[in-house]
Ligand binder design. Sequence first.
Ligand code: G6P
Ligand code: MG
Length: 220
Amino acid sequence: TIKACLFDLDGVLVDTARYHYEAWKRLAADLGFEFTQTDNERLKGVSRMASLDILLSVGQLHKSEAEKQELAARKNRWYVEAISKMGPEEILPGALSFLKDCRESGLKVALGSASKNAMTILNNTGLTPYFDVIIDGTKTSSAKPDPEVFLLGASGLEVEPEHCVVFEDAEAGIEAARRAGMRSVGIGSPATLGEADLVIPSLEGMTVTRLRQEMPAFFI
Ligand code: G6P
Ligand code: MG
């Protein structure tokens, strides 16, 4: 049965994907090419340096390791500037009430994010107190689809992976959950998240009762 819920951050609890996109787009513009919304889909759930590699491949550019470090730092400065102004109003619909519902229903709650900026976002939006365990990009060495982030979350909660369900908006995140031996709920479109056990458009209206109704197998 399910004893814990593990949440991705960007695109599941908060709408930071657009800030990532604006910063990457600005970097591409500096480098002299256009970076579209469609290109940006490939960056979801992907670490900062891997995202830069994808961006550079779109622009057909080759950069040295030192140049890449500078470019990633430049993008991150713009991104940090944007998220430093975030507030609770940028929590995605349904996310806060579902987090509360999980806790009231006796489920443990962890964060499993690739972002090194997760703490800034959680603190600015007031979400920090809702997590028993927080695993972010500062605590992991392998990025999704590697299961490390979720396995660290489960061990921090002292819950076996088979008793965990992961909420994710990225294909790489669903794959990471599968490799961790966990159940998964995709947040977004079945076209990209078809590997998840359940796909919902957003957390709006989600409750533990509804999860129990839609996925009785999770609670056996
Ligand atoms: C999340 C986002 C990615 C982002 C990654 C690293 O997975 O979905 O778009 O690149 O975190 O974020 P960071 O804040 O460390 O650059
Ligand atoms: Mg995400």
